[in-house]
Design a protein around this ligand. Structure first.
Ligand code: DNO
Length: 358
């Protein structure tokens, strides 16, 4: 595995590449062309410049998160084929720049949903949190506006002002899309892009829906073992793979995370490793990465990745906001650096135990 950190690009991120370079054990970043709209073409020159910037800082560009999939593709409307053509050309340009991992999601309207971006914990740190009661009490527009006030001046993925302005229209566009249609549109998309993925060995890694259940009545299809396996079998190609996001699948306590990792052996191309602390099954907050700070057994999660031969990038995921840092909620430097170090420590211990047969 390679330890990485997500980086949004010099124009958008409060964290700098040189800082990432100084986290012990972190050798790469997962990044994107953040200004691109879903459906838009990424040119080879743009990708080349991004890669050169990362490499000039002494880091690898280990993968893209995300090349976003447009609503037209998710809905399957008349613009879908043009957008898929652009997606294919983008993949081709990424392949020509020797980039072989693309994370994406297939969630309608909201990329991921939290109801609080700065819940205060006992130690004074703040974390992202989710309460079903809060979602049930508001409508999507109220949700968008309450979230936007808390982004610390950053733009969070999936919560861009352009999308917020169109929230009603977006809901309208999805009104006839149920889970089965959404699933079929995803399969259509994957079948169309598999040839270029095979040609350039690009591993597509779908990010799960977060939370793992329907919010505001929108369909959810990538949320448990059965559904993700259905997708793996529907397009049975190693390039149709998974981003195993512990914090997203883990929103449902019914998901046995180490078991899922073992079942998905060979198809997990990217791992987001983080911990959640549950107050009730539908009220949870994001915790520090350490097992004892939350609900998950992080040792078992990392062990399952190790024992299934996982060789892709891992990144620590959302961190707490600590030490007075002001950054995109979940994406500050300090707690993610602690997370990377902790996960690296688990990995080293597991690896050495295996090597020494203890
Ligand atoms: C949230 C992230 C997601 C993820 C996308 C992948 O912090 O994990 O925004 O990047 O769903 O397309």
């Amino acid at each position: 595995m390679e330890m990485t950190l997500r980086w949004y690009g010099s124009q958008y991120d409060t964290v700098q590449l040189w800082q990432i370079r100084q986290i012990p054990g972190v050798t790469g970043v997962i990044t994107t062309l953040y200004g691109k709209q879903p459906g838009e073409l990424w040119t080879q020159e743009e990708i080349h410049a991004l890669k050169a910037e990362v490499e000039a800082a002494g880091l690898n560009l280990s993968g893209i998160e995300s090349v976003n999939v447009s609503d037209a593709i998710k809905i399957g409307n008349e613009d879908r084929d043009v957008h898929i053509e652009n997606y294919i050309k983008t993949l081709e340009n990424l392949g020509k720049e020797d980039i072989h991992l693309v994370c994406y999601n297939f969630m309608p309207v909201f990329d991921w949903t939290r109801t609080e971006l700065a819940r205060k914990r006992e130690d004074g740190s703040t974390v992202l949190a989710y309460t079903q009661d809060a979602v049930d009490a508001i409508n999507p527009e109220e949700m968008f506006s309450s979230i936007s006030g808390d982004m610390n001046g950053t733009v969070m993925p999936g919560w861009e002002p352009e999308r917020m302005a169109r929230v009603k229209e977006l809901f309208e566009m999805y009104k006839d899309i149920d889970e089965e249609k959404l699933f079929q549109n995803l399969v259509y998309f994957l079948k169309a892009i598999m040839p270029v993925c095979n040609q350039y060995d690009i591993k597509m890694a779908i990010h799960p829906d977060d939370p793992a259940w329907s919010v505001f009545g929108l369909p959810r299809i990538i949320n448990n073992e059965k559904n993700i396996l259905r997708l793996m079998n529907a397009v049975d190609d190693v390039h149709n793979g998974v981003t195993f996001c512990a914090g997203s699948y883990g929103t449902s306590l019914a998901n046995d995370l180490p078991h899922m990792i073992r079942t998905l052996q060979g198809r997990i191309h990217f791992a987001h490793v983080r911990n959640l602390k549950f107050i009730t099954p539908t009220n949870f907050e994001e915790a520090a990465h350490l097992s004892s700070d939350g609900t998950f057994d992080m040792y078992e999660i990392v062990r399952a990745l190790y024992e299934t031969g996982f060789s892709g990038p891992i990144r620590p995921d959302h961190g707490r906001m600590i030490w007075g840092e002001v950054a995109m909620p979940g994406y500050g430097l300090y707690d993610r650096a602690l997370g990377a170090t902790y996960i690296n420590g688990l990995w080293e211990a597991i690896e050495k135990s295996h090597e020494r047969g203890v």
